[in-house]
Design a protein around this ligand. Structure first.
Ligand code: DAH
Length: 339
C-alpha cells in the first residue's frame, strides 16, 4: 500500500491540465468521494495499529499533494486567461487619439496643390522684415498714403524693422534671388495692428502668387484665376474681376467668385450680391520690376494675394475668425481630409 501511495504522489506531481475540464476530472479521480484517495482512506481502517502512523503520514501527504495540485492548476489556467499582470486582456483597448490637420493647413495645402499643378513651386520668406521688402521695393513711396492701407507693427527701436503686413514682401526676395522666369507661390503669416474680432485678427495667413516671364499677359492671369477658382470651389464657379488699386500692380483687380452658398442667387453670406471677394491681383508694376533689377521692357508678370482664413471661412461656413487660434480640439477635429 505504501508503494501505491508513493506511485500516486509521483503521478499527481507529473500531471498537467490544459483546460478547466481536465482539472475537474483530475479532482474527481483523486479527491472525489469514490476517488483513489478515499479508497486508500477506506483501506487505512484495516491497516495494523503499529503501521498506522507511517501510513497515516503518507496518506496525508498524498491528499495535500492532490489538493495543492488542483489549486495550482486552477491558478495557472486563470493566469493564462488574464495575463500575468492580472489585467483583463479581454477588455477592449483604449483607442489612440489621432491629431487632425488644422483647417488653415488643410486649405493652404489645397491651394498650393492647385498652383503646383500649374507649375508653381513654393517659396517662403521671413516674418520680421524691413521697410524695403514690405513697402519701398513694392512701389510704396515714403509718406505715401497707400502705406496706411495696412496698419503696421513697427519695432520701436528700429523704425526700419517691422512685422510683414503681407506676403508680397517675399515677391521682392524672390526677384532678388530667383533666376527668371519666376513662378512661385508663397504661404505665410502676416501681422497687422488691428483689434481682434470675429472678422479681424492681428495675425493671419496669406498666400502670394508671382509669375514673371517674357510675354506674361493679363489673359494668363485671368485664366490662372479661373482654373484656381474652379478647382478650389467647384467646376460651376464663376469669377469676376473688379478694377482696384495696389501700388505694386498696374492694372490691379480684385477677384470675386460666385457665392459658394447660393451660387449667385443672393444670400446673407454674399450680402445679397451673389459674389464673394477672394483675392487681390494684377500685372506687376514695371516700377517694381525695375526696382528689383528686372528689365521691364523684356519681362512682364502677374501677382496675386489672398487670405487663407477668409477662404477657409467660406469653404467651411466658419463664422468667427478667432476659432482658428483658440486651439479648441472640438473645432480642430472637424476638418481632416486628404490634405
Ligand atoms: N498684398 C495685398 C494685401 O495684403 C494682397 C495682394 C493684392 C497681393 C494684389 C498681390 C496683388 O500680389 O497683386 O492686401
Amino acid at each position: 500500500m505504501l508503494d501505491q501511495i508513493k506511485q500516486l504522489i509521483a503521478e499527481i506531481s507529473d500531471f498537467s491540465a490544459a483546460t478547466p475540464e481536465e482539472v475537474e476530472q483530475f479532482r474527481i479521480k483523486h479527491l472525489g468521494k469514490k476517488g483513489t484517495i478515499a479508497a486508500l482512506f477506506d483501506a487505512f481502517k484495516s491497516v495494523p495499529v503499529e503501521q498506522k502512523k507511517e501510513f497515516g503520514k503518507a496518506l496525508n501527504e498524498l491528499k495535500t499533494a492532490a489538493l495543492d495540485k488542483v489549486n495550482e492548476m486552477k491558478a495557472a489556467l486563470a493566469d493564462a486567461d488574464t495575463g500575468k499582470s492580472g489585467a483583463d486582456l479581454t477588455l477592449p483597448g483604449d483607442p489612440l487619439r489621432f491629431g487632425a490637420r488644422h483647417p488653415l493647413s488643410v486649405v493652404k495645402n489645397e491651394i498650393l496643390a492647385i498652383f503646383s499643378r500649374l507649375g508653381f513651386t513654393i517659396s517662403e520668406g521671413p516674418e520680421i522684415e524691413d521697410d524695403w521688402h514690405v513697402f519701398s521695393a513694392l512701389n510704396f513711396p515714403e509718406e505715401h498714403p497707400a502705406r496706411d492701407m495696412q496698419d503696421t507693427f513697427f519695432i520701436e527701436r528700429h523704425p526700419d524693422i517691422l512685422l510683414r503686413t503681407h506676403t508680397s514682401s517675399v515677391q521682392v526676395r524672390d526677384m532678388e534671388t530667383h533666376p527668371l522666369p519666376i513662378r512661385l507661390v508663397t504661404p505665410g503669416r502676416v501681422f497687422r495692428n488691428e483689434a481682434i474680432s470675429a472678422r479681424a485678427h492681428c495675425m493671419f495667413h496669406q498666400i502670394e502668387g508671382l509669375y514673371i516671364d517674357e510675354n506674361v499677359s493679363f489673359a494668363d492671369l485671368k485664366q490662372t484665376l479661373t482654373y484656381f477658382a474652379k478647382e478650389l470651389f467647384g467646376a460651376d464657379t464663376q469669377i469676376r474681376l473688379r478694377p482696384s488699386y495696389f501700388p505694386f500692380t498696374e492694372p490691379s483687380a480684385e477677384m470675386d467668385v460666385s457665392c459658394t452658398l447660393c451660387h449667385g442667387e443672393g444670400c446673407n453670406v454674399c450680402k445679397g450680391t451673389g459674389w464673394l471677394e477672394i483675392l487681390g491681383c494684377g500685372m506687376v508694376d514695371p516700377n517694381v520690376l525695375e526696382l528689383n533689377g528686372i528689365d521691364s521692357n523684356k519681362y512682364t508678370g502677374f501677382a496675386l494675394g489672398m487670405g487663407i482664413e477668409r477662404i477657409a471661412m467660406l469653404k467651411y461656413g466658419i463664422k468667427d475668425l478667432r476659432l482658428f487660434f483658440e486651439n479648441d480640439i472640438r473645432f480642430l477635429e472637424q476638418f481632416t481630409t486628404a490634405f
